[in-house]
Design a protein around this ligand. Structure first.
Ligand code: ADP
Length: 624
């Protein structure tokens, strides 16, 4: 058995590998870029070695730096995780040449499957059904256009070296082909340094079905059943499940057998995934399921397979890499229950899914499900790496039970101030079509409006904020602090003002409010968590007070923050209530207004400046 293992990765997958290695008594060595020095995977490993600056190219993608670390640590083996160098045959070769064990298939198998066109040719030769199309011997515009027309529209242009949906273009008509081809080639050249493409029939409303396979050095092969990864956004998986809904035993047998053929064809060792595309208009049937590609590594979504088989796939990887035979024979591997995974991203669905980065003041995951997280409270989401911060995995006896459990878990996610897609995930999981199993890869695109959570807080959310506001004190000089003697049922006719974004909410009779939603206090903000969303509220009186105490005309910053807009300059005449400065604190905008009419006598800040609490920003001279 391997004694020590270097994990050439970061985030949740590094931590997940460490967990199994530790259980098996394998010593672990983490690597990290300087951006990750305080990351949990660094602390959790038995040892950790820095491999360079934040950009992945200079650290997690640097073969030299990682090999140096492996040498320094004197490890037996290297596990690449997924992403980064996991499917880089040169890296695998270099690891082996340096005398380490490579936890993965032989470099030749990685190479054979690395180019989508050669992989398809290989599969055709092995008798595995492949998507109809053209493999691109002729790369000229005219030649490809002719082949596309022969396949029949719509056609999908794919980069030979493709991955992550890059260099992929759907073309619905002849006249759009040349422009789409040029753009696919440009993107492929930029992403992979290889602009070759091939063509596939575009399957309408397809489902993404993949089969987990394992091979060992002794030449044994098994499959661990299928997963369905049809819920995608921009060709990226969002929700995965195992098994696939609507898969009957005969179809399952045939596609799992096809996956094993694919693995045998490249003498596969270790964990791999054979991806298929299914034309599921008439349900799943083996005559309408075709090989798409093989991923020669552990997949992000492997936990759903672990849940339905009760196996630890990383343990199997380490055993196979240690030259042990596969722990079980095919007939000993049983499928039981249903499992579903949701990928939690640090991104904002409301702004077109822009990544959201920064400090994680608050990070609470639901306790009822398996959570594989790469971050922790008090940590940070870096802009240098993939925005996936955690995976939530639920299982149950049936698909309905697993979906309900995962939906519930996603709605309990509490993250602040980084934004996440948790509410979006919960909405997918409770969508009637999803629950009924009516899914295909255009599921998200077809119901985009319904799935994007509303930014408006519900009445219940506002009430929870008001309840929290009351429970936490009244003194405007010391806002949001707990007030010892306060009793919720004492004074009646209380009035609370709360600001959320542009809107100010007035809540009366709050003494009756029972805060049923979690509301948490972050300095000057109260954040209510509901359905996976976070709704921040501030106290508008806090700002008013801060300004009015400046009766001298000194307008100071009521809290630490950043000046995002300066609305006045020295010499300006301002009316009462006119906006002077907009301050951003805790990702919320606060407008500081003129407490009285007057003239601006001094401006002592500028846009973009980070200011601390109590700093004078603008001076006004009162003029009635
Ligand atoms: P990549 O390696 O870039 O991720 P894949 O070949 O794995 O690309 O395809 C990614 C996704 O694109 C699939 O899961 C599927 O949703 C869609 N896709 C791929 N091939 C086709 C096709 N022929 N017709 C329709 N959709 C396809």
């Amino acid at each position: 058995m391997i004694h020590s293992l270097l994990i050439a990765n970061r985030g949740e997958i590094a931590r997940r590998i460490i967990r199994t290695a530790r259980r098996m008594g394998v010593r672990t060595v983490a690597v990290y870029s300087t951006a990750d020095a305080a990351s949990p995977h660094v602390r959790e490993a038995d040892a950790a070695i820095e491999i360079g600056p934040p950009p992945a190219r200079a650290s997690y993608l640097s073969i030299d730096n990682i090999l140096l670390a492996a040498q320094k640590a004197g490890v037996d083996a290297v596990h690449p995780g997924y992403g980064f160098l996991s499917e880089n045959a040169d890296f695998a070769e270099a690891v082996i040449a340096a005398g380490h064990i490579w936890v993965g298939p032989l470099p030749d198998a990685i190479r054979a499957m690395g180019q989508k066109d050669t992989a398809k040719r290989l599969m055709q030769a092995a008798g595995v059904p492949t998507t109809p199309g053209y493999l691109g011997e002729d790369q000229t515009e005219a030649g490809l256009a002719r082949q596309a027309a022969a396949i029949g529209w719509p056609v999908l242009i794919k980069a030979v070296a493709g991955g992550g949906g890059k260099g992929m273009r759907r073309v619905v008509a002849q006249e759009e082909f040349n422009a789409a081809l040029a753009s696919a080639k440009r993107e492929a050249a930029a992403a992979f340094g290889d602009d070759r493409v091939f063509l596939e029939k575009y399957i309408e409303r397809p489902r993404h079905i993949e089969v987990q396979v394992f091979g060992d050095r002794q030449g044994n092969f098994v499959h661990l059943f299928e997963r369905d990864c049809s819920i995608q956004r921009r060709y990226q998986k969002v929700i995965e499940e195992a098994p696939a809904t609507g898969m009957d035993a005969a179809t399952r047998r045939r596609i799992c057998e096809a996956a094993l053929e694919a693995a045998r064809a490249v003498h596969y060792e270790g964990a791999g995934t054979v991806e298929f595309i299914a034309d599921a208009r008439q349900g799943l049937d083996a005559d309408h399921i075709w090989f798409m590609e093989m991923n020669t590594r552990l997949q992000v979504e492997h936990p759903v397979t672990e849940a339905i088989t009760g196996l630890d796939l990383v343990e199997w990887q380490l055993r196979v890499a240690s030259s042990e035979p596969l722990p079980l024979r095919q007939e000993e591997i049983k499928l039981s229950g249903w499992a579903m995974e949701a990928r939690l991203y640090a991104e904002n669905p409301a702004t077109g899914f822009l990544p959201s980065t920064g400090a994680l003041r608050h990070f609470r995951m639901p306790p009822e499900v398996r959570v594989d997280a790469g971050v922790e409270e008090g940590g940070e989401v870096s802009s240098f790496y993939d925005p996936m911060i955690a995976k939530l995995v639920a299982s149950g006896p049936t698909r309905t039970a697993a979906a309900a459990c995962l939906a519930d878990a996603c709605s309990q996610v509490e993250v602040w101030p980084v934004k996440t897609n948790a509410a979006f995930l919960a909405r997918i999981l409770t969508d009637p079509d999803f629950v009924a199993g009516n899914i295909d890869t255009s599921f998200i695109d077809n119901r985009r409006d319904r799935l994007i959570p509303s930014a408006e807080p519900s009445e219940q959310v506002v009430e929870a904020a008001a309840g929290a506001r009351l429970a936490r004190g009244w003194n405007p000089q010391e806002p949001w602090r707990a007030l010892g003697g306060f009793r919720l049922n004492a004074p009646t006719h209380l009035h609370v003002s709360l600001q959320n974004g542009e809107r100010c909410y007035q809540v009366e009779q709050t003494s009756r409010l029972a805060a049923s939603l979690p509301a948490r206090d972050f300095g000057t903000a109260i954040v209510v968590f509901s359905g996976g969303n976070a709704y921040p509220f501030t106290d508008p009186t806090l700002l008013a007070e801060a300004v009015s105490t400046a009766s001298t005309g000194r307008i100071s910053s009521p809290m630490p923050g950043r000046i995002i807009a300066l609305r006045v300059k020295t010499g300006d005449q301002v009316a009462k209530g006119q906006p002077l400065v907009i301050l951003e604190a805790m990702k919320i905008e606060h407008t500081l207004q003129a407490p009285f009419p007057g003239a601006v006598t001094a401006v002592s800040t500028r846009e973009g400046e980070q200011v601390s609490e109590g700093v004078v920003l603008v001076q006004l001279d009162r003029k009635e």
